[in-house]
Design a protein. Structure first.
Lengths: 102, 102
DNA sequence: CGGAATCCAGATTGATACTG
DNA sequence: CAGTATCAATCTGGATTCCG
């Protein structure tokens, strides 16, 4: 989802640019994920045969449509994140104390 | 997502009923998932102290809202499933043959 | 019925080193 | 720059058994 959103917002990006935007991802996971997205037809991968190598990634129409589909979830997450956090703490306080008494 | 949709469509359900609707899920995963959903405040879990035990699950308002948020993804998946499948086969034929020559 | 506890094979992932 | 290859550690999920 993060890569999807990165490409949705920034348009065409290079490998390391995606890596910087989706900070915390290992280059292995980045490679695997963009490859799978390419397989699925969500992204187009363009290799420019120059030295040093230059590879561009951009969303396909299907990729864009998935990004839009996820928009609702994205908005939901932002909106309810705090509420979820509170629910977790409330649950921990109600049930956790019975399992891990002081 | 499957559990969420099951509860969204059928309303209140019992443990084994969810298991039947979400067929293929192990009871371990079912337990884990409904527990996490309960922790997150997405579902309400009601235990009726009778023998044999009777436990009901239903979505909370937040759970319903998440279900709605996922609706777009759900529709997208149905709509583009075939397209994704085709893209995968096309990719396999274009690239796989170079790595695994006949 | 609705779980909890245990065991275990296999999938994921990060870290690291190497390459054209 | 944009990867690939490999190892090790972790995490996951399924199967099984037991319980009130």
């Amino acid at each position: 989802m993060l890569i999807l959103e990165a490409l949705e917002e920034h348009g065409t990006l290079r490998f390391t640019q995606i890596g910087r935007i989706v900070s915390g991802i290992s280059q292995k996971m980045l490679t695997q994920t963009v490859r799978r997205m390419e397989e699925d037809g969500l992204v187009k991968r363009t290799v420019h045969p120059v030295i040093p190598p230059h590879v561009d990634y951009e969303l396909t129409p299907i990729g864009h449509s998935l990004s839009e589909a996820f928009c609702g979830v994205w908005v939901w997450a932002e909106k309810h994140r705090d509420e979820i956090e509170r629910a977790r703490r409330a649950f921990a306080e109600a049930n956790g104390s019975k399992r891990r008494p002081a």
